[in-house]
Design a protein around this ligand. Structure first.
Ligand SMILES: [Zn+2]
Length: 301
């Protein structure tokens, strides 16, 4: 079967070193197997979107020599498909009218945030026009999968998270539902992404099971951190990568991913570097966690 992978950034800011690492890992993992690599812009959360960021991300990837197959998929054009999935899941969902305050008072703080106490599951509301979220019922059977980097990972959705939201009270589809619907639509069978999404995966597998969709293979790569030990992210204003020292930055990505890549001066251009990466990529060398801080070019100070 043809391997199909993807990179799916949110246009909430420019590409930073951490997202370039994720793009590189997913790209090499599929290209080495002669597979397809797709690009998806996860632009569902319009309020958090930064104008021009999607274009900037696409141009930066292009400048770095990434080549994607097919048209770029934009999630904001996929709303009808999410509605269809929501309707299909109806027997497993219910409306939730709880405020954040109620959940914090009645629920308890878990490892992944507030565990929903199940209020609206136990006392169903007469459906009304009041703003409400849609939650999916969970069960107490652990959901486990084997991650290519992290090994076996299990979560009991009911006790660790509670019934979770698939349509937000503000009318936006939750990431968990959109990503599952789109991975299936694009035929993605290999997901390589940052470890911050590891604990989202059981929810996604559960939705795949309810929707009768195939489960991709998963690999969660370590997150890049800044000198303060914080994950590089748009939220903590990780600097955008520049396109001046592309070979150097890509070599830093490969080193970050544990690959024994020769020094940057060995490569005259990004093409020769990608050739090396495709020929030599080895997922087994990717470290489980990374503790070394790095600057915007992924170089340790
Ligand atoms: Zn509720």
């Amino acid at each position: 079967m043809l391997t199909t992978g993807r990179f799916a950034p949110s246009p909430t800011g420019s590409l930073h070193f951490g997202s370039l690492v994720a793009a590189t890992a997913s790209y090499l993992a599929v290209r080495q197997q002669g597979g397809k690599w797709l690009l998806r812009i996860e632009d569902l959360d319009k309020p958090r979107e930064q104008p021009g960021a999607a274009n900037h991300i696409i141009q930066t990837l292009h400048a770095y020599g990434f080549e994607w197959d097919d048209e770029i998929l934009f999630q904001n054009q996929r709303i009808p498909a999410y509605h269809e999935a929501l309707a299909y899941l109806q027997a497993h969902t219910y409306p939730c009218y709880c405020s954040r305050k109620h959940i914090q008072q009645q629920g308890h703080a878990g490892e992944y945030g507030w565990v929903y106490p199940g209020t609206c599951r136990q006392q169903p509301h007469v459906p009304s026009k009041h703003q409400h979220a849609i939650r999916v019922r969970t069960h107490d059977q652990p959901i486990c999968f084997t991650d290519a980097v992290r090994g076996e990972y299990c979560q009991d959705l009911q006790s660790e998270l509670g019934d979770f939201v698939i349509l937000r009270a503000d009318g936006l589809f939750a990431y968990q539902l959109a990503v599952v619907v789109d991975d299936a639509f694009q035929g993605i069978n290999q997901v390589v992404r940052g470890a911050d999404l590891l604990d989202n995966t059981p929810r996604q597998i559960y939705l795949q099971q309810l929707l009768g969709l195939p489960q991709p293979a998963y690999a969660h790569i370590p997150l890049a951190a800044n000198a303060q030990g914080q994950k590089l992210s748009k939220q903590n204003l990780a600097p955008a990568i520049d396109t001046h020292s592309r070979v150097k930055t890509l070599v830093a990505c490969l080193h970050f991913l544990g690959q024994p890549c020769p020094a940057a001066h060995e490569f005259p251009d990004t093409t020769t570097l990608w050739d090396w990466g495709i020929a030599n990529w080895n997922m087994a060398l990717v470290p489980k966690i990374h503790t070394q801080p790095c600057n915007k070019n992924g170089l340790t100070p």
